[in-house]
Design a binder for this molecule. Structure first.
Ligand code: PLP
Ligand code: COI
Length: 354
């Protein structure tokens, strides 16, 4: 892969691999030896470089810091039992990367460049990919504006970077989630469909308030009426209601998740009806009461398939069935893991081999 791209490679003098505790991998805190970096200037991408992971020097006036011209992606790479390495559906993230760039007035990155730069970096640090179940190499591509200029206008220069690091599970237990009816993650015409850094900054106060009340995650609702489900924290919210897989349609307030798309494809393979539509909080509450809500989970790259233990709404907490007994999400998780770790045939062509 590296031979088709001109990447300057500077290897780390002494790998940190041996001193890394792979039995304790909190999400997002451990980084592999190398990172990728490129610059956008004069209308083109240049200076492709793989270098040791570490601090970089930037002007404090860069517009990413002041006006939030910044966005990211999240992808995972897996190690198979025979030592092969695959990245899960990076082509989908490449497309979403450019949708985010477009919304934030930032430059496009050719899709093949996105995939090739990630693959080149993963290849160099392939020893960092954990071999254990529920573990993977998390890949964090991101782009940010670098003009040292305080005028509110799109920057002319940018950096595209990729960080990678071994991770274990993001959530350690089924989640108590609260339906948020005051704050809003995204409104129509906003940037909910983009993986904009600002969307995550805006989510922190409501998430902290919910955590103070003992909840693990929020279910975001629509900005107008707070009646319809949008997403669950940093994951898409999916439900099995009366035998039908239901989830909010991927409109402009929703991040069009790769995991969501993958779950929908599997459900369709299995003949399970799928509805991408407005899902009201009222019908979920009704389903929780009458037992027709048989599965509920967040779907995301970091979150994987995160079971919902209970849904709180209007001061009532509705407990769902024991996650260990839920057939659908268990089958999704097993099927997905079998594909990602190379144990079963990848009939959809989701694994990008490195
Ligand atoms: N929704 C939001 C707001 C997210 O941050 C994520 C995580 O990436 C998702 C949904 C799930 O998307 P994906 O499955 O592509 O990781
Ligand atoms: C991911 O699932 O990759 C995400 O981006 C979630 C992250 C914000 C923790």
């Amino acid at each position: 892969m590296t031979d088709t791209l001109d990447i300057k490679i500077t290897k780390i003098a002494a790998s940190r691999l041996a001193e890394t505790d792979f039995s304790n991998l909190p999400f997002g805190k451990v980084f592999a030896d190398h990172m990728f970096m490129a610059d956008y200037a004069d209308g083109e991408w240049k200076n492709f470089e793989i270098l040791p992971y570490g601090p970089i020097s930037l002007s404090p006036a860069i517009s990413a810091l002041h006006y939030g011209q910044s966005f990211f992606e999240g992808i995972k790479a897996y190690k198979h039992a025979d030592g092969k390495v695959s990245i899960f559906r990076p082509d989908k993230n490449a497309i979403r990367f450019n949708k985010s760039a477009d919304r934030l007035c930032m430059p496009q990155l050719p899709e093949e460049l996105f995939v090739q730069t990630i693959a080149a970096l993963v290849d160099i640090d392939r020893e960092w990919i954990p071999g254990k179940a529920n573990h993977a190499l998390y890949i964090r591509p991101f782009m940010f504006a670098t003009d040292p200029y305080l005028g509110v206008t799109p920057s002319a220069t940018y950096k595209y970077m990729v960080l990678i690091g071994p991770v274990g599970p993001y959530f350690s237990k089924p989640l108590r989630v609260k339906v948020e009816t005051h704050y809003t993650r995204a409104a129509e015409g906003g940037m909910g469909y983009a993986k904009a850094a600002g969307n995550y900054g805006a989510s922190m106060l409501p998430a902290r308030k919910a955590a103070e009340e003992g909840f693990d995650q929020l279910i975001w609702t629509d900005a107008k009426e707070h009646k319809y489900i949008e997403e669950m924290g940093a994951a898409n919210a999916m439900f099995l209601l009366d035998g039908v897989l239901v989830t909010a349609e991927a409109k402009d307030t929703i991040l069009d998740g790769v995991t969501r798309d993958t779950v929908i494809a599997l459900a369709k393979d299995w003949g399970i009806p799928v509805e991408e539509r407005k899902v009201s909080v009222a019908e979920l509450v009704e389903g929780a009461k009458n037992g027709k809500l048989t599965d509920a989970f967040g779907a995301g790259t970091a979150a994987t398939i995160a079971s919902v233990a209970s849904i709180s709404y209007d001061s009532e907490e509705y407990f769902l069935s024991d996650p260990a007994t839920r057939e659908f999400s268990k089958k999704v998780l097993t099927t997905l893991d079998d594909i990602k770790y190379g144990r079963s045939e990848d009939t959809h062509g989701w694994n990008y081999m490195v």
